[in-house]
Ligand binder design. Structure first.
Ligand code: PGA
Ligand code: ZN
Length: 411
């Protein structure tokens, strides 16, 4: 049976060496385990990762409330959500921390899957067949994910949408990353091969140079940009946005954009580099400006991350206004898995494509890969290198051998 018999928490470290909470949820026969990730460029409206007192406080609250979870059905995500809400009825989990909501709900889902001898993705959504999301990897990092000399833009990404198999798609991303490392080393003999939080290279250069050399890495491998291989950009524009002046300040590159200039700045990059994936090109409350980009680039995924923060009500607003045609799903932005699945339903109903994503501070877990498969995500944004990134990609390979899988998603 999938009823919860025990819940245990502990503090472990994430990929940035910061403390986080890991939770074990047991049924009579099995134990599921999950640790919470955390972001560096965090949306204003996402769940608070930790309450005052940090991971320690999460653990104390979990211990005080452990009894409330005993006897709850681990397979019933709504019941888990309601139990979490009975401890913390704030909108943003500011009492128990979104990290607790994440770890308890993911560990429960894992316990239910193991107990039922079912793959986690099938235990999350019951369907007859599934498609695998295409891996989207970070090849070059800047902004909040890298040091001073790196570009203002947070992430340059790559994906191989026409790959015959998931293995080819992963390999192509790795090849581009490797080739980019070679080019960066040739260009600058002082390049230390330093990497950003998510494993992308963190070179000392501006946005323009970073995009240019990333494009060259793809082309030198024989790929046509926008065809076999496509570049993506996470502008994470809220990092540059200064609300008091209504300007985007590009400190490292040395310029400022007003709202209109920011749209042209992003549009120019999308056109020039045949960008298929453009995330948070304007700040997190610029729903109107996002409409302009969505209208202008119907063949590009115009993606909300800080804009939509895995919140179904905010996504509904974005969908009604046509502010994006795609949205990032990060379970810990919502808090619980149940709320993240509500978000996924809203996306599907509104024809908004989903990208399931890691955070810059990650664990070695791989449940989000299953979430990507379960939600019909077209992309899995999980990095390229680093044990905590590769863990998610390797899980994609394992899942790809399953009978229920019908190929790779079409972008
Ligand atoms: P974060 O970055 O995990 O630091 O928020 C990822 C992103 O912005 O997509
Ligand atoms: Zn983002």
């Amino acid at each position: 049976m999938t009823l919860i018999t025990a819940v245990h928490g502990r503090i472990i470290y994430n990929s940035r060496g910061q403390p986080t909470i890991e939770v074990d949820v047991s049924t009579k026969t099995h134990t599921g385990r999950a640790a919470a990730p955390s972001g560096a460029s965090v949306g204003k409206h996402e769940a608070v990762a930790f309450p005052k007192g940090g991971a320690r406080r999460c653990l104390d609250i979990l211990e005080d409330n452990r009894a409330k979870f005993i006897g709850v059905n681990s397979a019933d995500q709504k019941a888990i959500y309601e139990t979490l809400k009975s401890i913390d009825d704030t909108k943003d989990y500011s009492v128990i921390g979104g990290s607790t909501a994440f770890a308890v709900s993911m560990a429960s889902a894992q316990a239910a899957a193991l107990t039922g001898n079912t793959p986690l993705y099938k235990s999350i959504t019951h369907k007859d067949n599934y498609r695998l999301p295409v891996p989207l990897g970070n090849i070059l990092g800047g902004g909040a994910h890298a040091g001073q000399g790196a570009p203002d833009i947070q992430e340059i990404l790559v994906c191989a949408p026409q790959s015959r198999s998931i293995r080819d798609a992963i390999q192509t991303n790795i090849d581009v990353h490797t080739q980019l490392g070679i080019l960066l080393s040739k260009r600058d003999i002082t390049f230390t091969r330093g990497r950003s939080d998510e494993g992308g290279w963190a070179p000392n250069m501006n946005n323009e140079q970073a995009l240019e050399i990333s494009a060259r890495a793809c082309e030198e491998l024989g790929y046509t940009l926008g065809r076999e291989v496509a570049l993506g950009v996470d502008f994470a524009a809220s990092t540059q946005y200064r609300e008091e002046h209504n300007k985007y300040v590009y400190d490292r590159a040395g310029f400022e954009n007003d709202a209109g200039e920011q749209i042209e700045f992003a549009s120019d990059i999308i056109k020039r580099y045949k960008i298929k994936y453009a995330e948070d090109a304007v700040h997190e409350e610029a729903f109107e400006e996002m409409v302009t980009l969505t209208e202008r680039f119907p063949d590009t995924l115009i993606v909300g991350d800080d804009l939509t923060v895995t919140n179904h009500a905010i996504l509904q607003r974005a969908a009604s206004q046509k502010s994006c045609n795609a949205a990032i799903l990060k379970v810990n932005q919502a808090g619980s898995l149940y709320e993240a699945m509500e978000f996924a339903r809203t996306a599907t109903q509104n024809n908004i494509r989903l990208i399931t994503s890691h955070r810059s501070g990650e664990s070695n877990d791989s449940q989000i890969t299953h979430v990507g498969v379960a939600t019909d995500s077209v992309l899995l944004k999980a990095g390229i290198l680093g044990g905590e990134r590769v863990a998610k990609l390797n899980e994609l390979l394992r899942i790809s051998g399953n009978d229920l899988i019908r190929g790779v998603a079409e972008l």
